[in-house]
Design a protein around this ligand. Structure first.
Ligand SMILES: Cc1cc2nc3c(=O)[nH]c(=O)nc-3n(C[C@H](O)[C@H](O)[C@H](O)COP(=O)(O)OP(=O)(O)OC[C@H]3O[C@@H](n4cnc5c(N)ncnc54)[C@H](O)[C@@H]3O)c2cc1C
Length: 525
């Protein structure tokens, strides 16, 4: 492999002892500062007839798809072509980091947000290069929750570095196409990706990195599609035209997206009333400072039943409370083993976990940055924000308001009237019914099948998609939140960066590079 020590960027020189050395590809790109055009293009030329080199088509250009492409560049030893098909959200940024609002902060500290599993300080060093953090000491910067827009800049920067290079020595030619993949037809050893608008793409490998699914519709919402008082997709720019301060905004959901909505309303100086509704009425918890703590779950934890595991974790929580520590430490300490625990549970145990434990697991595990928690607490304290625990029954457009019909926790019907109603309930529970054209086609063709929990699609341990006959596909892979039913812990960067690297190596038929374990606990010490 060609290396060029001259062009090594300073951020890569500060490796700490004991950390793995970077593959030499990090050092070889003289075009590091060359402006390149990575803007999405519309295809007008057929993609199907390029037989010069192996082609990988990646569907989805959020964090997962972008980093899978980057890792193909890093590890390719012979010529490859990568075509990324992306639509809906900005390339490189995806749903989470494509926000246009600076008050939306990461919910993971900077120290855990490197895009590279084999270079855990990469994001921290990149942040260090930005002048607005010059005065922040290292230890503080590592624990900072920076705006998600900045993280989007980072991922785009990484993409520009690796994918935008016109370096003749690069083994990978990369192209981003703005379009929607609607089907994949098997052909020869690979497949042909069919697009909504452009020409089909023939590829030897196809990677599904379609990320977080759009929010589920609610009963009655289909009649509100053209009603400006209803926002079905919270990632749209609903905040550009807000009702007056005497209005009432109803937020459906109390999770991370609902929190985003409330902080944006506050940031915009909107002083009206907000009601947030969810089944459990629980808001995400706050990040905190904890202590060194050994997990009580033994090394053979993945062979324990749900009952045994929950007993052990409950006991751990009690011990933590006994020393005045946050019980969330018990959950954080399981992070590196959660996927193994999940995979070992029976279907009945997984169903039971989802019903009984997942709501509290989610609020404990997916915590929010201190300043965001402060803003939400302030909204509650001053009476601006009210939380209603209730099940949403239906939505209807009335003359003056959108009405939300509920059944509250004492089984009483209730109606909440909103001048603006924003759906933050998250994706549909059953993936096979999600109505996403691409996956409907893959299921109809038998190329993929829903996982056992119907939360996404089934894959094997190398991220090869499992077909309707239970066989691992030779050309179709998948990574990201769509593996939730298979892995459970598969939505945040620490897991996704590892998947992006491993799937690239699987596509290149290379053995996975050993990655030195490092602690991804979320609380700081
Ligand atoms: C609001 C929010 C905040 C988050 N904050 C954090 C955080 O602070 N830290 C953290 O670690 N994780 C965070 N996450 C988790 C987040 O899921 C991951 O970090 C990561 O962004 C997921 O990236 P992805 O590429 O898998 O999916 P996505 O970001 O959803 O990207 C998928 C892309 O594929 C496109 N696409 C889908 N289907 C098709 C198709 N058929 N054809 C073409 N394009 C298609 C989508 O439109 C999108 O552009 C957050 C998630 C959300 C929603």
């Amino acid at each position: 492999m060609v290396t060029n020590k001259r062009t090594t960027h300073a951020v890569f020189s500060g490796q700490q002892s004991g950390q793995p050395r970077l593959p030499s590809i990090f050092n070889r790109n003289p075009a590091f500062y060359t402006p390149v055009n990575l803007e999405p293009v519309q295809t007008t030329t057929p993609e199907a007839n390029s037989t010069r080199m192996n082609t990988t088509a990646i569907i989805g250009g959020g964090f997962s798809g972008t980093l899978a492409s980057v890792n193909l560049v890093r590890f390719a030893k012979k010529q490859q072509r990568v075509v990324i098909v992306n639509s809906g959200r900005p390339f490189g940024r995806g749903t989470a980091y494509g926000t246009t609002r600076p008050e939306h902060l990461l919910n993971v500290a900077a120290r855990n947000m490197s895009a590279f599993p084999d270079h855990p300080d990469h994001f921290f060093h990149w942040l260090r290069s930005r002048c607005e953090f010059d005065s922040v000491p290292d230890a503080e910067l590592r624990e900072t929750f920076v705006p998600r827009q900045i993280y989007g800049d980072y991922v785009r920067g990484v993409a520009t570095h690796f994918l935008g290079s016109h370096d003749p020595r690069s083994q990978v030619e990369c192209k981003v196409i703005e379009d929607t993949a609607v089907d994949i037809e098997p052909r020869g050893d690979g497949g042909v990706v069919l697009l909504e608008k452009g020409q089909p793409i023939e590829a030897q490998n196809v990677l599904l990195a379609t990320g977080n699914q759009p929010p589920a519709g609610l009963p009655g919402a289909e009649r509100l599609a053209s009603d400006s008082r209803y926002v079905g997709n919270p990632w749209k720019n609903w905040h550009e035209s807000l009702p007056n301060d005497d209005a009432h905004i109803v937020v459906l959901g109390t999770g991370l997206t609902a929190v985003d909505v409330v902080v944006t309303l506050r940031k915009k100086g909107w002083n009206g009333r907000i009601t947030a509704i969810s089944r459990n009425g629980m808001l995400p918890q706050r990040h905190f400072r904890g202590i060194q703590w050994p997990s009580v779950v033994p090394d053979d934890g993945q062979h324990r039943s749900l009952q045994e595991l929950s007993k052990l974790i409950r006991q751990d929580c009690e011990r933590l409370r006994g020393v005045s520590q946050n019980p969330a430490i018990a959950v954080d300490k399981l992070r590196g083993r959660t996927q193994a625990f999940w995979q070992n549970l029976t279907i009945e145990e997984k169903q039971r976990f989802l019903k009984e434990y997942a709501p509290s697991w989610n609020v404990i595990r997916h915590r929010i940055a201190g300043p965001i928690h402060d803003a939400i607490t302030d909204s509650l304290d001053c009476g601006q924000l009210t939380i209603i625990p209730a099940t949403i029954q239906s939505l209807s457009a009335e003359e003056r308001t959108i009405d939300v019909s509920l059944i509250d926790t004492s089984s009483q019907p209730q109606t909440v009237h909103g001048d603006l109603v924003i759906n933050c309930t998250g994706p549909k529970a059953r993936f096979s019914n999600s109505g996403i054209p691409l996956y409907q086609q893959l299921f109809a063709r038998g190329l993929a099948k829903p996982d056992d929990m119907d939360m996404g699609i089934a894959v094997d341990s190398h991220f090869a998609v499992i077909d309707a006959d239970g066989q691992s596909s030779a050309f179709l892979h998948a990574i990201g939140p769509i593996l939730k039913g298979t892995l459970w812990e598969t939505v945040a960067v620490p897991e996704l960066r590892a998947q992006a690297m491993h799937v690239a190596q699987a596509i290149l038929l290379q053995p996975p590079v050993h990655i030195q374990d490092f602690d991804t606990i979320e609380y700081c010490i």
